[in-house]
Design a protein around this ligand. Structure first.
Ligand code: ATP
Ligand code: MG
Length: 762
């Protein structure tokens, strides 16, 4: 692998070979930042730096895996496997496990996911006799998470006037108290949430200088990808670790900072020059991913942001086609348009399914595309949403595993103490929980202190509780002797879970058994991989891997050649030959929640930039003019972002509709006339959604009032509010049951009941 430097341009080469000191690589999308990081690690290894002295932090586990794989092809697998590489959360979770005792945690601590955290907050709100209508667990968790990411502990929270005033202003003055109790209880249960992994690492380094020193000495080179999306807590960890050797290389693009709602701080890039005054700055300007047209379009989008580091980005790939803008009648038609376009491109250019990605602003938008894909028999994979590990039976079985590893894990304990039913009812559970709260103990401790509980329960209940404790203790005893696979198999059967599912022969229960089987396959795969890497294969380690999964990691081997559906947020860092950005409408993208501040709009615009720059060959944008919201069809208007792309780089498909110059005067009638013009670059926000029809077709659609069933004939060209334009093939039956068979341009053949379907004759 002598010629690896030849696979880089001169600017990239410099960034790779300047290994000593602090380096900042700031460059636009697709310019090879991740590639530079990968080659830099390979370069260090080839210079003889031992792999375990290099720490590389990525945004997802998948990104880390891919990077490791690439490095393995350059320097060999044995070496690549020894790198410290992963997300912040996974790397520091490992450090925390080996140092847990310093913080008073068991090394088998549980990692709480959002659902666990919310459920715990909910019970604290109940304990405090507050209303969970006022104190919504999700919102409270958001406040706590923001505090943790800013390294504000409960004690500091109370002194933080700004936070306290914000809470007071939103009539949530008790957040501070909930935060305090939440921290205390997590500690008692031996649990850390995601933010704790970073916060506790900071606490560890702050309170134990000797530990910090150990890692400072050990880690000689630090590399961070996607640096623009690090939060304060992560920033401080890296800064401390880099103090001794000072060899730190971060790569990022301020124009792609899209996680400020999770506490990411763009300032971390700006601070870099203050923290390392002798730093070297590398700029990469050539984009290797996308056609010239896509790169130019993306540049014209991001130029609208005031806050940005100016960058030149160019492509020497083909000119490419303009970005096609599709204008759909409805959300449903949008689905068909996109899927038909995929079919066309696939045939015409010989693409595989995996060359296509559909990107949306919110997870809920995926359903329509899923349906359209399913109807066309096209394979697809979907990221986010309800992932495999969020399914009930999987969570149940994992809860057993969690309690086995850490019986103090109360959220898990509550989940399975009476599943499958073993006669431990809610009253009993409430009593145990009350006793735990009163004595400041975890519920498990109450369960195992027999003398205490015998005062609380009758002999029958006592027996059931004892047998539950015995069951868990039995599993725990096997922890050290058995592999994760055998132990989970034992748990699934001994706990009665398999029997419970087996007795139920409904298709749902069968699907659940299959899911359990799939989990077992996953454990087997995990063990095999770990054995190859020479790592640990125990249940603790499997649980850790599962709790650290991100949206992007939810992928299995047979997921390879499929159309990808994901949010734009999870598409960061990835690339696809064809990208469809869908639902590009005011209020959806930019999201209505961000419209109030320029800052909010700028972040949405960066998100739009991220979306467009994922595309290699074709970027396609679409919007619908009506969309179902809360069970009703509402008019929507194209996003301002469409008008912001320089007109040289876009092309409008089908009829043009005009973006109103005066937003206040834009009416549904105008939307109906479909007057969209690519000459207007002044799309303005301000149009509110209007109801036009409810799902039962009760109210008349504003634009479809002119249809009269009597005038319909086979052969006529008609328009349908959801399916768009089509030709009537036949009419059958009498009113009120009369039906029309219509061949729609994009939605294909449909049979419609005329009393509901309002067809307009064209
Ligand atoms: P993003 O900002 O989206 O994360 P990035 O700056 O990290 O993008 P990479 O993903 O590293 O960019 O590179 C984009 C694409 O260009 C990849 O397919 C990469 O392999 C390719 N590439 C980068 N540099 C070169 C080069 N010098 N020669 C050939 N291909 C390159
Ligand atoms: Mg990258």
């Amino acid at each position: 692998m002598q010629n690896y430097l030849e696979q880089l341009n001169p600017a990239q080469q410099q960034a790779v070979i300047t290994t000593e000191g602090a380096s900042l690589v700031i460059a636009g999308a697709g310019s090879g930042k991740t590639r530079v990081l990968t080659f830099r690690i390979a370069h260090l290894l080839m210079q003889g730096v031992p792999p375990h002295r290099i720490l590389a932090l990525t945004f997802t586990n998948k990104a880390a895996r891919e990077m490791k794989l690439r490095i393995a092809t350059m320097v060999g697998n044995d070496i690549a496997q020894k790198l410290w590489m992963g997300t912040f959360h996974s790397v520091f979770a490992r450090i925390l496990r080996s140092e847990a005792d310093k913080l008073g945690y068991p090394s088998s601590f549980t990692i709480y996911d959002t659902a666990d955290s919310k459920s715990l907050i909910k019970s604290i709100i109940k304990q405090m006799k507050l209303s969970d209508k006022e104190y919504k667990p999700g919102q409270v968790l958001g406040r706590i998470s923001s505090a943790k990411n800013d390294l504000v502990t409960p004690a500091a929270y109370a002194r933080d006037q700004h936070r306290m005033m914000e809470d007071q202003a939103s009539r949530k003055g008790m957040v501070y108290e909930i935060y305090t109790r939440y921290m205390r209880q997590c500690y008692k249960f031996g649990a850390m949430d995601f933010d704790d992994l970073l916060l506790n690492t900071n606490i560890l380094f702050r309170d134990h200088p000797e530990i910090l020193q150990k890692y400072q000495n050990w880690i000689q080179y630090i590399l961070v990808d996607e640096y623009q999306d690090t939060n304060y807590s992560q920033y401080i960890i890296i800064k401390k670790l880099a103090q001794k050797h000072g060899n730190i290389c971060v790569v990022g693009d301020d124009a792609q900072s899209i996680y400020s709602f999770r506490g990411a701080k763009i300032e971390n890039i700006l601070n870099f020059r203050n923290d390392y005054p002798d730093y070297q700055l590398f700029k990469l300007e050539q984009n290797y991913r996308s056609t010239q047209n896509i790169v130019n379009a993306a540049n014209s989008i991001i130029a609208k942001n005031q806050k940005q580091i100016k960058k030149a980005v160019f492509s020497e790939k083909d000119q490419g086609s303009r970005i096609k803008i599709h204008n759909a009648y409805s959300d449903i038609e949008e689905g068909y348009i996109v899927i038909n376009d995929i079919k066309d491109k696939k045939l015409k250019h010989n693409y595989d399914y995996q060359d296509f990605a559909i990107l949306y602003r919110t997870n809920a938008q995926s359903r329509i595309f899923e349906e359209a894909l399913r109807k066309s028999n096209m394979p697809y994979k979907i990221y986010g949403g309800l992932s495999f590990y969020q399914r009930k039976e999987i969570k149940d079985l994992l809860a057993y595993c969690r309690v086995t590893v850490n019986p103090a894990d109360q959220e898990a304990l509550k989940r399975i103490i009476n599943y499958p039913t073993r006669g431990i009812g809610k009253t009993t559970l409430d009593k145990i929980e009350a006793a735990a709260v009163a004595s400041g103990k975890a519920m498990w401790e109450i369960l195992i202190s027999l003398e205490d509980t015998s005062r609380l329960f009758n002999a029958g209940t006592q027996r059931k509780l004892n047998s539950f404790v015995g069951l868990i203790n039995g599993f725990a005893a096997s922890l050290k002797q058995q592999s994760a696979y055998d132990l989970v198999m034992e748990i699934a059967t001994q706990s009665g879970m398999m029997k419970d599912l087996y007795h139920d022969r409904t298709p749902e229960a069968i699907a659940r058994q299959e899911n359990i089987q799939e989990l077992m396959n996953g454990i087997q795969e995990f063990s095999n991989n770990r054995m190859e890497e020479g790592g640990e294969t125990g249940l603790i380690h499997f649980l850790e891997e599962v709790s650290l999964l991100t949206d992007q990691d939810n992928e299995s081997d047979d997921d390879i050649n499929k159309v990808t559906l994901m949010t734009i947020h999870s598409s960061k860092g990835l690339e696809f030959k064809n990208v469809y950005i869908v639902g590009v409408e005011e209020g959806l993208f930019p999201s209505s929640m961000t419209l109030e501040s320029e800052q909010g709009i700028e972040e949405e615009r960066r998100l739009f930039y991220v979306a467009v720059t994922r595309a290699e060959d074709y970027a396609t944008i679409s919007f619908a003019r009506t969309r179902y919201k809360y069970g009703e069809s509402a008019f929507c208007r194209p996003s301002r972002f469409i008008g912001e792309i320089h007109s040289d780089f876009v092309e409008f498909s089908g009829d043009k509709i005009k973006i109103a110059d005066k937003p206040g005067k834009f009416t549904p009638k105008q939307a109906e006339r479909r007057s969209f013009s690519n000459t207007s670059t002044t799309a303005k926000p301000g149009y509110n959604f209007k109801k036009v029809e409810n799902r039962q077709g009760g109210k008349k659609g504003a634009s479809f009032s002119g249809s009269a069933v009597g005038n319909l004939k086979a052969g006529l060209l008609v328009e349908h509010i959801r399916f768009g334009k089509g030709r009537i093939i036949s009419l059958d039956g009498e009113m009120p049951n009369a039906k029309a068979t219509v061949d729609f341009e994009n939605a294909g053949l449909k049979q419609l009941l005329l009393k509901f379907a309002k067809l307009k004759i064209l």
